[in-house]
Design a protein around this ligand. Structure first.
Ligand SMILES: Nc1ncnc2c1ncn2[C@@H]1O[C@H](COP(=O)(O)OP(=O)(O)OP(=O)(O)O)[C@@H](O)[C@H]1O
Ligand SMILES: [Mg+2]
Length: 239
């Protein structure tokens, strides 16, 4: 089973919903979107942060898939990469990490130059731009808050990629900019106590966790093949 899992990972495409529109994974992500829409009927949960306990729990993957599928439903979506330590959104869109947020905040480019559009995915996105050590200054800057307010008016959904909770405090600063958080938990990665600690850390910061996303779980289907799925658990988080 382990070998099979490894094989799947190596062949994995970030936007599986685009590559395999009729797959079970795509179906699961559609359910995630349906739940997100239900929590956003009055437009109060449109700026959503994705985080997790540890790195590699599938945040960037799920965001890019959700963004792609939402855009197929004619939603206006923008993905904002606020993982300033390990930015990966440029890989999803297959572009260099240039003309991003930090370049905009420094005044080197305009807002229009920073907001890019992927024709193949149908979504707008903002990359992190040139690497900086002043990460907390960036996340606390008034210019970033103003940018998010502008995006709120222009988009149906603003999906924000962020680092994991256990390693750094960045996600807590990011949580002040958003309406709600979707917390990714990869199957058999972080231990239960660790997930509990991470969720409590977020809750202590008075952040609004909208739901948990179980990612990268291998389920058995007809014919005894294994596959990954996403499970969305909306509601009260018990820790
Ligand atoms: N549903 C899935 N099925 C198979 N592989 C997956 C799935 N989700 C993520 N992966 C793989 O897991 C790895 C980590 O995923 P991803 O980069 O999305 O995680 P992350 O939480 O954004 O990581 P980081 O914290 O390092 O930014 C990637 O190699 C990706 O291809
Ligand atoms: Mg990531």
């Amino acid at each position: 089973m382990f070998g099979f899992k490894k094989e799947l990972e190596e062949n994995y495409e970030y936007v599986v919903a685009k590559e395999k529109p009729f797959s079970y994974t795509t179906e699961c992500i559609q359910k995630v979107i349906a739940n997100m829409e239900m929590t956003n009927v009055d437009q109060k949960n449109k700026i959503i942060q994705f985080t997790s306990s540890l790195s590699g729990e599938g945040k960037t993957t799920i965001i890019s898939n959700i963004a792609y599928l939402m855009s197929r439903k004619n939603k206006k979506v923008i993905v904002v990469d606020l993982d300033l330590r390990k930015p990966k959104m440029q890989r999803v869109f297959d572009v260099p990490n240039r003309h991003g947020l930090t370049d905009y905040l420094k005044g080197n480019i305009t807002q229009d130059e920073m907001i890019r559009h992927s024709l193949s995915h149908g979504v707008d996105y903002i990359l992190t731009g040139e690497q900086t050590n002043a990460i907390i200054n960036v996340l606390e800057s008034q210019k970033l808050k103003d940018l998010i307010s502008t995006l709120r008016l222009a988009y149906d959904y603003i999906l924000i990629d962020s680092p994991p909770v256990i390693a750094v405090s960045d996600p807590l600063y990011i949580s002040r900019l958003v309406d709600g958080i979707l917390f990714c938990v990869a199957d058999k990665r972080a231990s239960k106590p660790l997930v509990k600690e991470a969720v409590q850390t977020v809750q202590r910061a008075n952040s609004n966790i909208l739901g948990m996303l179980m990612t990268r779980s291998i389920v058995m289907e007809k014919g005894y093949r294994y596959r990954y799925e996403y499970v969305y658990n909306y509601g009260k988080i018990s820790t």
